[in-house]
Design a binder for this molecule. Structure first.
Ligand code: NDP
Length: 306
């Protein structure tokens, strides 16, 4: 059996098209949704992510602006910037790209974002809304995981779901969303006993660990749906061979670039799972699409509250 591949690139394009239609309707009715992205300093990975977010906003017709305080910015300076964005009515979403430089109190900065504009869904107010099933803003990657399941007609209610990883930005919110949709949820982490055995109980297995190819075939019940959130860069040849032995196409990219992107799930899992998200091209593309959807949602929620 070979797993059905859940094509995140295609699903993300669907979502972007739906968002673009909503943005057009909102713009026609008077005002575009607006997104402000704050990028502090020059972290190369963050610069790539922010470029993607700004580009995607332009494509769906969302007004966007980028603020780029220097690497030396202080907590007070960032708090002043957030306060000015909170006060501007045409800004519906505020995204502070992480990580922030070491001298900045990141928790204070994130707490300062108006929860109604918190399109990353990290503010404790939105975390509370999620856990008490009230309308609010849900973190983008976990929301993307749920969209993949929904749009691929994979049932959630009553299913055994296992989430490996308990971070505030992925593992915990994914677990909460699955629970809210009536799955029976187990959350695993680095202290979990018999991780493969626990994972083998899953009808839906979500890997959000940050370890290349850690989830091997002995973690997976035949026919299970496996969602691979991990994004890991593999540059070591021996590690590459452990993951991709015999894959001529991957080897070509690896040799040309000196590295390749790998999820937390070993490629051999495709031989046993019922459905699987690829890396790249699985959960990743959904994250930015859900940021666009969240910006529209924030704009609607704010307008309905006026
Ligand atoms: P964190 O490092 O914050 O969390 C990792 C989690 O995995 C922790 O809960 C940790 O357990 C657990 N873990 C680590 N090692 C093991 C192990 N050997 N056995 C069991 N559990 C383990 O990572 P994130 O949640 O931020 O990200 C996870 C992955 O998802 C990363 O690869 C990241 O790049 C990717 N990611 C992808 C996104 C996308 O758009 N597709 C967006 C965000 C992240 P413990 O708590 O005990 O330490």
């Amino acid at each position: 059996m070979t797993a059905r591949i859940l094509d995140g690139t295609k699903l993300a394009a669907e979502i972007r098209a739906e968002v673009a239609a909503e943005v057009a309707a909102m713009s026609g009715a008077g005002r575009k949704p607006g997104l402000a992205v704050v990028l502090v300093g020059h972290n190369p990975a963050s610069e790539i992510y922010v470029r993607g977010k700004v580009k995607s906003s332009q494509e769906v017709g969302i007004y966007s602006e980028q603020h780029s305080p220097p690497e030396t910015a202080t907590t007070e300076e960032l708090l002043a910037l957030i306060a000015s964005l909170n006060a501007r009515d045409e800004i519906d979403g505020i995204l502070v790209q992480l990580p922030l430089p070491a001298q900045v109190d990141a928790k204070r900065v994130l707490l300062a974002v108006d929860p109604a504009k918190d399109v990353d869904g990290f503010h404790p107010m939105n975390v509370g809304y999620l856990s008490t099933q009230r309308p609010g803003l849900v973190p983008c990657t976990p929301a993307g995981v749920m969209e993949i399941l929904r749009r691929s007609s994979i049932p959630v209610a009553g299913q055994d779901a296992v989430v490996v990883g308990r971070s505030d930005i992925v593992g915990k919110p994914v677990a909460m969303l699955l629970l809210n949709q009536n799955a029976t949820v187990t959350v695993c982490h680095s202290k979990t006993r018999d991780l493969p055995g626990v994972c083998r109980r899953a009808d839906i297995l979500v890997a959000a660990i940050g370890r290349a190819g850690m989830v091997t075939r002995d973690f997976v019940k035949p026919g299970a749906t496996v969602i691979d959130v991990g994004i890991n860069r593999v540059a070591d040849r021996a590690e590459f061979d452990r993951l991709f032995a015999g894959n001529a196409k991957r080897l070509e990219t690896f040799l040309a670039k000196g590295s390749t992107l790998v999820g937390d799930v070993h490629p051999e899992v495709a031989e046993i799972a019922g459905a699987l998200t690829p890396v790249p091209g699985g959960v990743g593309p959904l994250t930015i699409a859900m940021l666009m959807a969240n910006t529209v949602k924030a704009a609607k929620l704010r307008r309905s509250q006026k």
